[in-house]
Design a protein. Structure first.
Ligand code: FAD
Ligand code: FES
Length: 308
């Protein structure tokens, strides 16, 4: 039996069984009252241009209004669906506890995301979800948090930041380190003020500065280097390009943060998003079901295998 068949026979389960298992193991959220297979109609209530080719879509559930049955946890994603074109996995960027709808921040890179970029305020958008294992924020109470983002990787961390602001007293020091290629691709800079008002430190760095840039220049790992941390009390959450996440995780581990306290969010091409098709397989894991958030001690071995 090849490894795929073996995995399918061992791990394939219905979405509800999968949801139940994840719910027990991870304590994360699935929607009450509807199947995660079911396409849900949303309406685009607002669009914000974040950077060239990057837009944030604020969505309300049809009929217009709050989202009575849609619940998600920080770090989960939806499959955004454009009939006749396809589906793409997209992180949910809004506050998990807000009832005023949800948001997705999307970089137009391929068929689905470019078609999405042609939609306007008022258009309908279909999605299914939420899927995946979220950031383990409930398990990290009382700890210092360092959230490290590379480029659009911040999308997956925005909901975690919103959650931490609401529950600020449950956590120790919180630091956000955000890196991008150019200043214009530093996302959510309009939120920095609010984050700082909630006692969250924010540091940004770019690799290709423009003439107006006054901040540090280099890789986001440089910011981690210069941060004072108590390694025994610190957990690190990281999302960005894979080589960046490996570099940051190794550096954090070298500074004394245990691999079990380092969490990364992995991207793979998604099909079913429900642990059935195997498209997102990474070693023994299906990223859609066992991730996208993994502790580094579980996933490091498989990230180290080229082209896996
Ligand atoms: C759990 C998860 C969460 C994600 N969250 C987000 C999110 O919040 N926002 C978002 O924009 N994307 C997100 N992605 C990435 C998104 O699913 C992919 O970019 C997806 O392939 C886009 O679909 P598409 O049909 O537009 O592009 P495709 O037609 O599948 O890809 C077209 C081309 O784009 C290239 N490409 C794919 N992804 C990227 C990328 N990230 N950057 C540059 N080039 C790329 C491919 O190599 C290919 O050549 C997430 C992925 C996962 C697995
Ligand atoms: S198993 Fe189908 S996308 Fe993960």
């Amino acid at each position: 039996m090849n490894s795929m068949n073996s995995l399918n026979s061992t791990h394939a389960m219905s979405p509800s069984a999968s949801a139940g298992m994840q719910g027990q193991v991870q304590g994360h959220v699935q929607c009450q009252g509807h199947s995660p297979w079911q396409l849900q109609a949303t309406r685009i209530a607002a669009i914000r241009e974040e950077a060239p080719g990057v837009r944030t879509y604020s969505l309300t559930f049809a009929p217009r209004g709050p989202r009575p049955s849609f619940r998600f946890a920080a770090g989960q994603f939806n499959m955004v669906s454009l009939p006749g074109i396809g589906e793409a996995a997209i992180s949910i960027t809004s506050d998990p506890e807000s009832l005023s709808g949800i948001a997705h921040t999307v970089h137009a890179v391929g068929s689905v995301t470019r078609a999405l970029a042609r939609l306007e305020v008022g258009d309908e958008l279909l999605l299914r979800g939420p899927y995946g294992v979220p950031w383990p924020l409930a398990d990290l109470r009382d700890r210092d948090l360092v959230l490290v983002a590379g480029g659009l990787g911040l999308a997956s961390l925005l909901s975690a930041i919103a959650f931490c602001m609401t529950h600020r007293g449950d956590y120790g020091r919180i630091t956000v380190l955000s890196g991008a290629k150019t200043p214009v691709y530093l996302l959510a800079t309009n939120h920095h003020h609010r984050w700082r008002d909630h006692g969250i430190d924010v540091h940004c760095i770019v690799t290709d500065p423009d003439p107006r840039w006054r901040g540090p220049v280099g890789l986001v790992s440089m910011l981690l280097d210069s941060l004072t941390i108590d390694p025994d009390a610190t957990s690190l959450l990281c999302c960005g390009p894979e080589p960046m996440m490996i570099a940051v995780a190794e550096q954090a581990n070298a500074r004394g943060i245990a691999r079990e306290q380092i969490f990364v969010s992995i991207e793979r091409l998604m099909g079913c998003a429900s642990g059935l098709c195997g498209l997102c397989q990474l070693g023994p894991f299906f990223v859609c079901r066992d991730g996208p958030v993994f502790s580094y001690d579980r996933i490091a071995r498989w990230l180290a295998v080229p082209h896996l």
